[in-house]
Design a protein around this ligand. Sequence first.
Ligand SMILES: Nc1nc2c(c(=O)[nH]1)N[C@H]1C(S)=C(S)[C@@H](COP(=O)(O)OP(=O)(O)OC[C@H]3O[C@@H](n4cnc5c(=O)[nH]c(N)nc54)[C@H](O)[C@@H]3O)O[C@H]1N2
Ligand SMILES: Nc1nc2c(c(=O)[nH]1)N[C@H]1C(S)=C(S)[C@@H](COP(=O)(O)OP(=O)(O)OC[C@H]3O[C@@H](n4cnc5c(=O)[nH]c(N)nc54)[C@H](O)[C@@H]3O)O[C@H]1N2
Ligand code: SF4
Ligand SMILES: [Mo]
Length: 741
Amino acid sequence: MPGQDEAAASRTALRICPLCEATCGLTLTIEGTTVTGARGDRDDVFSHGFVCPKGAAFADLDADPDRLTGPLVREDGVLREATWSEAFDLVAARLRPLVEAYGPNSVGVVLGNPNVHTMAGALYPPLLLSLLRTRSLFTASTVDQMPKHVSSGLLFGDPFAIPVPDLDRTDHLLLLGANPLDSNGSLCTAPDFPGRLKALRRRGGTLVVVDPRRTRTARLADRHVPIRPGTDALLLAALAQVLFEEKLTDLGELGEWTEGLSEVREAVRDFTPEAVSAACDVPADEIRLLARGLAAAPTAAVYGRVGSSTVEFGTLANWLVDVLNILTGNLDRPGGALFPLSATAPAPRPAGPGRGFALGRWKSRAGGHPEAKGELPLAALAEEIDTPGEGRVRALVTIAANPVLSAPDGLRLDRALSGHLDFMVSVDPYLNETSRHADVVLPPPPPSQSAHFDFAFNGFAVRNQVRYTPAAVPLEDGRMDESEIHARLILAVSGMHGADPASVDDLVIERALAKAVATPHSPVHGDDPERLAAALTGRGGPERRLDMMLRLGPYDLVLDDLLAHPHGIDLGPLRPRLPQVLKTPSGKVELLPAPLAADLPRLRRALGERPAGLVLVGRRHLRSNNSWMHNIARLNGGSNRCTLQVHPDDAARLGLTDGAPARISAEGGALEAVVEVTDTVRTGVVSLPHGWGHDREGARTAVAAATPGVNVNQLLDGSRLDPLSGTAVLNGFPVDVAPIS
Ligand SMILES: Nc1nc2c(c(=O)[nH]1)N[C@H]1C(S)=C(S)[C@@H](COP(=O)(O)OP(=O)(O)OC[C@H]3O[C@@H](n4cnc5c(=O)[nH]c(N)nc54)[C@H](O)[C@@H]3O)O[C@H]1N2
Ligand SMILES: Nc1nc2c(c(=O)[nH]1)N[C@H]1C(S)=C(S)[C@@H](COP(=O)(O)OP(=O)(O)OC[C@H]3O[C@@H](n4cnc5c(=O)[nH]c(N)nc54)[C@H](O)[C@@H]3O)O[C@H]1N2
Ligand code: SF4
Ligand SMILES: [Mo]
């Protein structure tokens, strides 16, 4: 009976959602080998059943008919289907000789956001980069969180020592430039962020939101401060100034682990509420109230994200966020901002001085931009390709990246990719605005066919926990696991083409164990690396590496523990970790590092600056994710549209009409978008989302192409950067808007 067969073929499987940083556990419904539905896993130890519309659309995303099913190679200018061995043969034949002829920096590597959402993206790029030895590394960090890495590097000596707000226990959250009700949170992994904010309000806590738009998050707050874009660093400096002036600083036990307090007091002296008020467009009295509220709360956390990062003073703002947490004694205490400890982090070293964090160790060839964390600004990628001269980037490897839409001046990059490269390879499931330029496209399988572990986000989670989900359905015939794609790519570009891809994992395991047995504080110190390697369990390289990392980690866990607990293992609330996390030369929190002090005069000059006209900010929509989810009909449309939001007063002044097109122009170019008149944006500010502009020929994303929208980053020419981090200024840049008659 067919009915019975169908029932027998229907089953469920667990899968951690890879679509945003919240890392919710999903229960997938599967018929045969097809995912037909997804709901929140109620037994997940961290997400407890939460799911958002993107996670609920997992089946549609997984089965998108526009996903590439096999590799493509370019022949006579046209991309055609190819076998995997043809594809890797071509990479080895074309890319390796360029490295040999022009040196390692002639190969650019671009790593995009989804690398932090795949196991392959966490496990393989470090080896790729160490074997290629290229300094031409560009990632999504320089259009996102690099200011945080730089400020953490300087303050704590470790760019990954990023404190996260203790959402579930804090009494007071001051949130700047983040809209977790739509983004579901970032550098603060918290499934059901909305529920956690509501719980904060319910237990009598206070939520303050600083955002030029009255976002869904702002609507939940006790107080919304509609700041003028780009001025968060001024506001935060004034908060610090008030704390000093009114003797509200109280470092508590942190005092012992901090140096430079009086220097900071001196540094913020000029930034009084009266001095910053006009630039921020926030009344001085209100700034004083904000500072007093922060100081008076039993526990509090200051947290800033994209809107205080991709701005002119991004690194200063990110630094001041932590300075305020320190001045109020809230860093590293329950209810404040704490450092998570993930299960795959190396076992903590004993406290003591470290090597610190160096900045600007080399500069980019064309623009002279200083490196940060080994990376060059993504905004400088096009000029590194199209500026002639020695050391020019001639070949590009893009992995899970769509810089034509995500970085400033996509048209220039478009031209650089099509006209100035000798070779390009993309690891991407789609043929989109960027990968359409590649000579070889290597598509990973849909997420249901991949295992999942959050190497990155467990380190930024509001609760220590660990979860692993093996692939929910077997790898389809003709597909290649993304880990194997990465391993074969590494072999092809490093002169080892044709070797067994398993040898890549063996090499990493060998290196890691050799280091661990020689490290005094490692749990395997003095042990025999060969015995340890033989003891690793797991089917295949990635699982064996996960097992190894767990064994070398802080919790005495092995892979089998994770397999025995499919809904995850809770490792408890965040705990204080100072001074152990510090790796500064002094072994202390260095409160006023020299590079930040040197950037303060620039901030001081901003006290007197006022934009003559409008400035533009971005926004995110709950049913979008950067550039690559507009191809899912269920997520596209409705309120998820690429409209220019304008305040009614500005619309009246400029003669703009709701629903009618307008022309937006800025230093990098001009665009046309439909106006949406709404008082959710403040006056003087317009908002256009990013990730749109799906009208390029040669891309294969039919649904997205039907409502393409425009690429907001085309308004930029790539020259506006936060100087310390090389991060593009994507928020708060000047634009002109006029009606189109
Ligand atoms: N104006 C403006 N610009 C912005 C932003 C903004 O707020 N405003 N935000 C910035 C931020 S925060 C970020 S992180 C960047 C993101 O910038 P990018 O990382 O360049 O872009 P994404 O759209 O996230 O997608 C990257 C690519 O990954 C592919 N992909 C999806 N899943 C997988 C997978 O499993 N494996 C592989 N190999 N590929 C996959 C997609 O098809 C897509 O081509 O954009 C930035 N750009
Ligand atoms: N639905 C959805 N979720 C996502 C993504 C997505 O594209 N869509 N992208 C993911 C990625 S890659 C990231 S990095 C995270 C980002 O997560 P969030 O940081 O929460 O992202 P946004 O929603 O862009 O929030 C930034 C806010 O800053 C405001 N803003 C702009 N300029 C300023 C300013 O100068 N000062 C202040 N105080 N505010 C300002 C904007 O109005 C906006 O509301 O989201 C992730 N989750
Ligand atoms: S909140 Fe993020 S992780 Fe959770 S279901 Fe939605 S997209 Fe997936
Ligand atoms: Mo991001």
